[in-house]
Design a protein around this ligand. Structure first.
Ligand SMILES: Nc1nc2c(ncn2[C@@H]2O[C@H](COP(=O)(O)OP(=O)(O)O)[C@@H](O)[C@H]2O)c(=O)[nH]1
Ligand SMILES: [Mg+2]
Length: 263
């Protein structure tokens, strides 16, 4: 893996983390377009391709892309795990701000708006919502419905306050790192766990509407995904109630000083 810290020890302003899985068809063109767009978004940036489980040419293509473009790097693991990839990518990220992306979206309009909000410290976590007023979601109706049902369940069972958790996100890395670290479930529900835990410790979370236009249909269909998501959701309910989250700026209690013996 190429280090994202410059020779002078400097860090990029922005890290874009993208989980990738069997994306050989759109990887090269999407990353090239993304890198070109990011030039207009941040002073300096890195793109982290968080790959696991691919059986097509994604790994070889990603390696070739990162050899030709030092601002792009990739890591790989054998077993598919969307949330695990995202979590590790965030941990490896060096940027002051982190954007969590999807290779079939790469929404530069979201990057621009979210980074401006983070720079102005209007929010610590910006969530791109496909379901709030002003959003435009061109996915098939059953997937739009699934988004609404899934987030309704999160509101009813886990006290989620909002309309969407999956998908585009941007945050101030140092502020959110402890929350990322407290997330346990990974897989499909990692993104939900991150947003819900951030709200539970009163981070400033802001939803903004996004325009969703996917470059291709998902590789794993909705019907095949539902049983796994339900299982992960059960784990998430247990995890959130059983293990508390932390804030990065939380002070540990200081042990009381024993009274001075002035005898
Ligand atoms: N590393 C990793 N990435 C994944 C996995 N499943 C999906 N992704 C990536 O997550 C992003 C969104 O996946 P997509 O198939 O479009 O599902 P959607 O979010 O329901 O639209 C894409 O960048 C995928 O390549 C996985 O198991 N591992
Ligand atoms: Mg998609």
């Amino acid at each position: 893996m190429t280090s994202s810290v410059g020779v002078d020890g400097s860090r990029p302003e922005l890290s874009v983390v993208i989980p990738v899985y069997n994306e050989a068809e759109i990887l090269e063109s999407s990353v090239a377009q993304l890198v070109a767009d990011l030039e207009g978004v941040a002073q300096d940036f890195e793109v982290i391709l968080a790959e696991n489980g691919s059986s097509d040419d994604t790994v070889a293509l990603g390696a070739a892309i990162s050899r030709g473009e030092p601002r792009v790097q990739m890591f790989s693991h054998p077993a598919p795990n969307y949330g695990g990839a995202l979590r590790e990518g965030i941990m490896r990220a060096r940027g002051r701000f982190v954007v969590c992306e999807e290779i079939d979206l790469c929404d530069s309009d979201f990057h621009r708006r979210a980074v401006a909000l983070l720079r102005d410290d209007v929010a610590e976590l910006v969530v791109g919502s496909k379901a709030m007023k002003g959003a435009n979601d061109s996915r098939p109706v059953f997937r739009r419905l699934a988004t609404r049902v899934y987030n309704g369940v999160l509101r009813l069972t886990l006290g989620f306050k909002g309309t969407d958790t999956h998908g585009l996100k941007a945050f101030q890395r140092d502020r959110l790192l402890a929350v990322v670290d407290s997330c346990l479930v990974e897989h499909d529900v990692f993104a939900s766990e991150l947003v819900i835990r951030a709200q539970r410790v009163n981070h400033r979370v802001l939803e903004i509407p996004v325009q969703i236009e996917e470059k291709r249909a998902p590789s794993v269909g909705l019907v095949r995904r539902v049983p796994k998501v339900l299982r992960n959701l059960g784990q998430l309910m247990v995890a959130i109630h059983a293990t508390p989250e932390r804030r990065s700026d939380e002070r540990r209690p200081v042990a009381a000083k024993p009274p001075e013996d002035d005898a």
